[in-house]
Design a protein around this ligand. Structure first.
Ligand code: 13P
Length: 255
C-alpha cells in the first residue's frame, strides 16, 4: 500500500517568526494522526528554524527548489547538499511557477532530479498542463513530455522512491479544482507512463499527488481515488487549522 503524502508548499510566504508559530499550532492539531506522511516546504530562510521545531515530530521537511550543481559560483542559488545538511528529506522540483516565471525546462528539471537523488533527497516532481493545453486536448501529450523529460535516464529503483505531483496549472490558486474523476484520470495516465518506462514495481510504488486548490472540503474525495496518493497544497497549507484538516481528511480510515 502506498502511504498518502500531504505536502504544504508555502511558496514565498511566511517569515521565520510566522513559520515557527505555524509549526507549534500544526503539531498540536495533528498529534495522534497516523497513516499519512506530512511534509512542510517553507521558503529557504525558514528551513533551519522549522527543522529545529519539527525534530522528533515525524513531520518531514522539504525545500521548494535547488540548483543541480554540488557547489559553485551561482549567486543566489542553493545546493542539494545544503538542503540535506539542514534536514530536508524532500525537494519540490519543476513547479509550474518555476517553469513559468524562471524558465525551467524539462531538461533542467531532469538535471535537478538526478542531483537531488545523488544527494539523498526525494524529489517531488511537478507536472501539469496549462488551460489552453487542456482546452485544445493536449493534456496527455504535455504531461507525457514532462514526465518522460524529468525522469529521463533514471533507474527503476530510483523512480520507485519518487513523488510525482500532478498540478494542472489552471487549478493552482484559482479555487478551480480538477474534479476527483479528472484528476484520477491524469494520475492513472502518469502511472501508465511509468509502468511502460520503468516497470510494474516502480509504477506501483511511486506516489502520485494531486495539487491545485486542495481544501479541507475536497481532500477526502480526491484521496479516495485509486491513483491519487496525496496532495501538494499551496494556499490552504498556510493556515495550520486548514492544513491539519486536509491531513486528517486524507488519513486512511481506521481498520
Ligand atoms: P493552491 O493550493 O494554492 O492552488 O496551490 C497549489 C500549488 O501550486 C502547490 O504546489
Amino acid at each position: 500500500m502506498r502511504k498518502p503524502i500531504i505536502a504544504g508548499n508555502w511558496k514565498m510566504y511566511k517569515t521565520v517568526g510566522e513559520a515557527v508559530n505555524f509549526v507549534a499550532a500544526f503539531k498540536e492539531k495533528t498529534a495522534g494522526v497516523s497513516g499519512v506522511e506530512m511534509v512542510l516546504c517553507p521558503p529557504f530562510t525558514a528551513l533551519a528554524a522549522v527543522a529545529q521545531r519539527l525534530a522528533g515530530s515525524g513531520i518531514e521537511l522539504g525545500a521548494q527548489n535547488m540548483h543541480w550543481q554540488p557547489e559553485g559560483a551561482y549567486t543566489g542559488e542553493i545546493a542539494p547538499g545544503m538542503l540535506r545538511e539542514i534536514g530536508c528529506k524532500y525537494v519540490i522540483l519543476g513547479h509550474s511557477e518555476r517553469r513559468q516565471y524562471f524558465g525551467e525546462t524539462d531538461e533542467l528539471v531532469n538535471k535537478k532530479v538526478k542531483a537531488a537523488l545523488e544527494h539523498g533527497l526525494t524529489p517531488i516532481v511537478c507536472v501539469g498542463e496549462r488551460l489552453e493545453e487542456r482546452e485544445s486536448g493536449q493534456t496527455e501529450a504535455v504531461v507525457r513530455r514532462q514526465v518522460e523529460g524529468a525522469l529521463a535516464g533514471l533507474a527503476s529503483r530510483q523512480v520507485a522512491g519518487l513523488v510525482v505531483a500532478y498540478e494542472p496549472v489552471w487549478a493552482i490558486g484559482t479555487g478551480r479544482t480538477a474534479s476527483a474523476e479528472d484528476a484520477q484520470q491524469v494520475n492513472a495516465f502518469i502511472r501508465s507512463i511509468l509502468r511502460r518506462l520503468f516497470g510494474d514495481d516502480a509504477a506501483d510504488a511511486v506516489r502520485i499527488q494531486y495539487g491545485g486548490s486542495v481544501k479541507p472540503g475536497n481532500a477526502a474525495g480526491l484521496m479516495a481515488q485509486p491513483d491519487i496518493d496525496g496532495a501538494l497544497v499551496g494556499g490552504a497549507s498556510l493556515d495550520a487549522a486548514s492544513f491539519a484538516e486536509i491531513v486528517k481528511n486524507s488519513a486512511p480510515a481506521e481498520e
